[in-house]
Design a protein around this ligand. Structure first.
Ligand SMILES: Cc1cc2nc3c(=O)[nH]c(=O)nc-3n(C[C@H](O)[C@H](O)[C@H](O)COP(=O)(O)O)c2cc1C
Length: 217
């Protein structure tokens, strides 16, 4: 089977976006809560999201600006307040999460709209979502304005709230079945994290032994 070579210098931003969101899957979803300087709570999902460093503990969000290049409420609030909370989305919250993606004006409390409960932050002045299985309180570490259309926000985690049936505080392992996180596919698609498998990474010696065994066949 041959591969199509897609030259990104020849693709429109929309085409590049579609190639990326259709193939870089599943993406974890950051359900980001922020507060405006006037105290209005905002929530929105972002699947251009991942953890990039554990020491220091850094999360990254990729936020697209609005078509007129104005910042989304999440970006504006993080710029103003320097804090945000990343809530993890489980399957039970998919409908509420999707409701917070609707383009409400900045004065609307999106948690209230989606029937969700705000719990005050402990280390930052920004609420988490009570219904979320896990939440990370974050301080803005760096904002990268990569273009007039996109901003990358890096945040340092100051505190995690993990539902008690998920994490074992002896080992710090989390039970992914209890977490039941969902991921984002292309279009309107989502993925479960329940159907997964273990596969240990081999040592270099094991890889070489397998290669030698194949060659000897
Ligand atoms: C599952 C999901 C993932 C999304 N991921 C992103 C993303 O990575 N970047 C982005 O700019 N918008 C993303 N969106 C769209 C935003 O959530 C949407 O524009 C939202 O209205 C922004 O809200 P805000 O203005 O309150 O920040 C996503 C929407 C959904 C439903």
């Amino acid at each position: 089977m041959t591969h199509h070579a897609l030259d990104f210098s020849q693709l429109s931003p929309r085409e590049a976006y579609k190639v990326m969101i259709g193939t870089i899957v599943p993406r974890p979803i950051a359900w980001v809560t922020t507060v405006s300087p006037d105290g209005v709570v905002n929530a929105a999902p972002y699947s251009f999201f991942n953890c990039l460093s554990a020491d220091p503990p850094i999360l990254a969000l990729g936020v697209e600006n609005k078509p007129d290049r104005a910042f989304k409420d999440t970006t504006e609030n993080i710029r103003q307040t320097e804090v945000f909370t990343v809530n993890i989305v489980d399957h039970a919250n998919v409908e509420a999460m999707a409701a917070t993606a609707a383009a409400f004006p900045p004065e609307v409390d999106e948690l209230q709209m989606a029937g969700l409960t705000a719990v005050p932050g402990v280390t930052i002045d920004c609420p988490r979502i009570a219904e979320a299985p896990v939440s990370f309180e974050c301080r803005r570490y760096l904002g990268l304005q990569v273009s007039s259309a996109r901003e990358i926000v890096l945040g340092t985690i100051t505190m995690a709230h993990v539902r008690e049936d998920i994490i074992d505080l002896e080992t710090y392992y989390s039970d992914h079945l209890a977490l039941d996180a969902i991921g984002r596919m292309g279009g309107n698609g989502y993925a479960y994290s329940r159907d997964c498998f273990d596969h240990a990474s081999p040592s270099a010696e094991e890889v070489m032994a397998r290669r030698a065994a194949r060659a000897a066949e």
